[in-house]
Design a binder for this molecule. Structure first.
Ligand code: UD1
Length: 420
């Protein structure tokens, strides 16, 4: 297995281009299952999760080609299969996103239950209850969700107890071809959902309420293929802003959307980091000492749980006590033990972590436990004195497009060593 090595303590200078959003691309690729024809998707990042969902689509009967590095064409004329196997779902939970479109297109879907993952139980009960409300019959057998519809899906009102991102996306994809009106209450408002709504609208769907927690879908009889550009990855953007904050330096991120990170901007500024937002760029400068901050993870536009591990690495470099409340996923503190190996002083109490910033970290051998935890260890390694060696970096490949190359280009001493 490959390792990443970092010789920390260098400030970062230069420019980095942000890639398309992983979480934007996954539902949009799933949405191509909804109708026959060839769809074109621009600004697709090169990631393992993208390869996984494309592999899943191929098992269902789709074909795809990359026109250039970041443009995908997907043809879904012959969707004949309806099963997402355990082998695929266990490597990527978001495979569950084919449930809505398959039910809509074929009236049948059989998708493996994701099971537990490193950051908690992560159930899919909202997805199943929502689809049942639209008329699907669902059985759980041998670890699979087996969903069937007789006579087509029918619109209804769905209320989510907690705004679920992929749950909202699955409901939208199921509802666009259902008969009548579907109202999704307490829907998630993440920008990736707006990206999916734009794709579905381009296909001919009728959806009102974009960017709000109340989505109204007027079912249509048929859809047509569409073209869409994936929005910039706000989590990659945030990760790099935090990296510059922790390591110090002056970097401009391009091809990004500053409006998608309201809570992070506020927190980084409070921490003593200078941010200058352009229309599609952000300049980040950090030269002085860092101040302690507190965060609570919340659904969008609150502080994203997907940046919690990264901001914890930054907190260790401040001077003072910082508190994190993780409200979205239980058990999302796997990175704490690894940061402690680098000299961090962190106490965990249930969903709360108290970080005593010591203003320094020391390089160490650490292990990545999940996607965002890996990014947090990279940030810690950039800020630390000495050499950090991160193993199990395949997690990073799931969601970061060439992070090592991008950081090297701004002066970080970071490299990858192939596993034996
Ligand atoms: C998505 C993102 C993930 C991010 C998460 C929260 C994608 C592909 N993944 O994951 O990167 O960390 O949003 O921003 O977009 N819940 C239930 N039952 C359900 C569904 C969710 O109880 O059926 C709970 C979850 O356990 C969690 C909360 O709802 O506590 C929100 O989870 P959700 O928004 O569904 O996360 P994902 O869509 O899986």
């Amino acid at each position: 297995m490959d390792k990443i090595l970092i010789e920390g303590g260098r400030s970062l200078q230069g420019e980095i281009k942000i890639s398309g959003a992983k979480n934007g691309a996954l539902p949009i690729i799933a949405a191509t299952l909804l109708c026959p024809g060839t769809h074109t998707i621009y600004n697709v990042p090169e990631l393992r999760d993208i390869r996984t969902i494309l592999q899943l689509l191929v098992t269902l009967g789709a074909t795809w080609e990359r026109i250039d590095k970041h443009t995908l064409k997907i043809n879904s004329d012959n969707i004949t299969e309806y099963e997402a196997s355990y082998e695929l779902v266990k490597t990527m939970r978001a495979s569950v996103l084919v449930l809505g479109p398959l039910l809509s297109r074929l009236g049948r879907a059989r998708v493996s239950l994701p099971g537990g993952c490193a950051i908690g139980a992560r159930p899919i009960d909202f997805h199943m209850q929502g689809l049942q409300k639209l008329g699907a019959q669902i059985e759980l057998e041998q670890g699979y969700v087996d969903a069937k519809v007789f006579g087509g899906l029918r619109g209804n009102t769905i209320y989510f107890d907690i705004p679920s991102v992929t749950g909202t996306e699955n409901m939208l994809m199921a509802a666009v071809l259902a008969e009548g009106t579907t109202i999704i209450k307490n829907a998630a408002k993440e920008p990736e959902i707006a990206n999916l709504i734009d794709m579905l609208s381009g296909m001919g769907a009728k959806i009102e309420g974009r960017d709000t927690d109340r989505l109204i879908v007027q079912g249509v009889k048929s859809l047509k293929p569409a073209e869409i550009a994936i929005i910039p990855d706000r989590i990659e953007t945030g990760t790099l802003l935090i990296a510059v904050g922790a390591a110090g330096g002056d970097v401009t991120l391009t091809n990004c959307n500053p409006a998608h990170l309201p809570s992070l901007f506020e927190k980084l500024r409070n921490c003593g980091i200078y941010l200058e937002a352009g229309e599609r760029s952000i300049r980040v400068i950090r030269s002085g000492p860092l101040k302690n901050i507190d965060i609570k993870t919340m659904p969008y536009p609150g502080f994203p749980t997907d940046l919690q591990a990264q901001i914890m690495a930054l907190m260790t470099m401040t001077e003072g006590l910082s508190v994190i409340h993780e409200n979205i996923f239980e058990n999302r503190f796997m990175h704490v033990a690894e940061l402690r190996r680098m000299g961090a002083d962190i106490m965990v109490d249930g969903g709360k972590a108290i970080v005593k910033g010591l203003g320094k970290l020391d390089g160490a051998q650490v292990m990545a436990t999940d996607l965002r935890a890996s990014a947090s260890l990279v940030i810690a390694g950039l800020a630390a004195r000495g050499l950090t060696e991160i193993s199990r970096v395949y997690h990073l490949d799931r969601g970061y497009d060439d992070l090592v190359g991008k950081l090297s280009a701004v002066g970080a001493k970071i490299w990858r060593e192939p596993g034996k």
